[in-house]
Design a protein around this ligand. Structure first.
Ligand SMILES: [Zn+2]
Length: 300
């Protein structure tokens, strides 16, 4: 089971098409199903109508989900249930710190590893001492339990110490919104997602998501992080940097397929996709042409 999970902050560009197409091809090549989930959990960043436009762009490229689309904004009860279960087991806790409290505590706390971003210092781990919880955080396992080893199908073995990177991270924010990490993990588990195929910029979320899966007793999916599409200046395509929406159709697919190691010169959307699925299936037996240095390069 694969999925594509766009944020509806605007129409899709070539970079997001690559992630959608990669996850669709991988599901199809393995005889699996493919889902679309609209990640509109951070409502102020969402743009009205962007979800419908995204689904129209995908459909115009032949990428049609095998089950009804999910909207994260309709999943509040499931996220609350997951948080309650973790609170019951002391795997999560309330945090009363304001931004300035955290900044002050960080200033006096030594960094746990060289070059790390200052992590949440754990002020509220032992209890709130009468203060009122503003946000809720995951209680990380003590090291070495906070060090996550995970295998990426393209990048190879990865390792991250989440305690050093960010500390006990937020599950529900002070403004009442659910954190991206919690929503993704709860929904991937609820939808039975076995293969996460997404852009490499999200690979740094994987270790946090794996710790959350463990806290919730959910299975860890296989991960494949795809190369990013860059502009002429070598910057990752993004809406913030002004990346243009793509016009749906065979031309859009043909433009991004070479970045997935697929060569194709068919004319119709259906023919392009059929050829791409056959090539993706063949990749399973050999090195991926787009594997970078140091990567294992083998699709399991
Ligand atoms: Zn706190």
């Amino acid at each position: 089971m694969g999925r594509f999970a766009p944020s509806p902050t605007g129409p899709l560009h070539d970079g997001s098409l690559l992630a959608a197409l990669g996850s669709w091809l991988d599901a199809r090549a393995h005889g699996g199903r493919w889902l679309v989930r609209i990640e509109d959990v951070d409502t102020p960043r969402c743009s009205p109508g962007a979800d419908a436009e995204i689904l129209r762009q995908l459909a115009g490229c032949g990428l049609v989900p095998d089950a009804p689309v999910w909207w994260q904004s309709r999943r509040q009860a499931a996220y609350q249930g997951a948080l309650d279960a973790m609170l019951e087991q002391s795997l999560a806790y309330g945090c009363a710190c304001s931004r300035s409290d955290i900044a002050r505590a960080r200033a006096t706390a030594p960094l746990r590893s060289p070059g790390a971003v200052p992590a949440y210092p754990g002020t509220c781990r032992a209890g709130l001492r009468g203060a009122v919880a503003r946000a809720w955080r995951l209680r990380l396992p003590d090291p070495p339990g906070s060090v996550v080893l995970w295998q990426d199908r393209r990048l190879g073995m990865q390792s991250e110490d989440v305690a050093a990177r960010c500390g006990d991270f937020v599950l529900k924010r002070a403004d009442g919104m659910w954190a991206y990490q919690l929503a993704v993990v709860v929904d991937d588990a609820a939808q039975g997602v076995t293969d996460v195929v997404r852009g490499e910029d999200l690979s740094t979320s994987s270790a946090r998501q794996i710790l959350l899966q463990r806290a919730l007793g959910a299975p860890t999916p296989r991960y494949l992080h795809l190369p990013l599409v860059c502009d002429a200046a070598g910057r990752k395509l993004s809406k913030q940097a002004g990346a243009q929406p793509f016009a749906p159709g065979a031309q859009a697919l043909l433009r991004v397929l070479p970045k997935l190691g697929v060569q194709c010169n068919a004319a119709s959307v259906a023919d392009v996709l059929a050829s791409a699925v056959a090539q993706w299936r063949a990749h399973r037996a050999r090195r991926l042409p787009w594997s970078g240095p140091g990567s294992s390069g083998v699709v399991a």
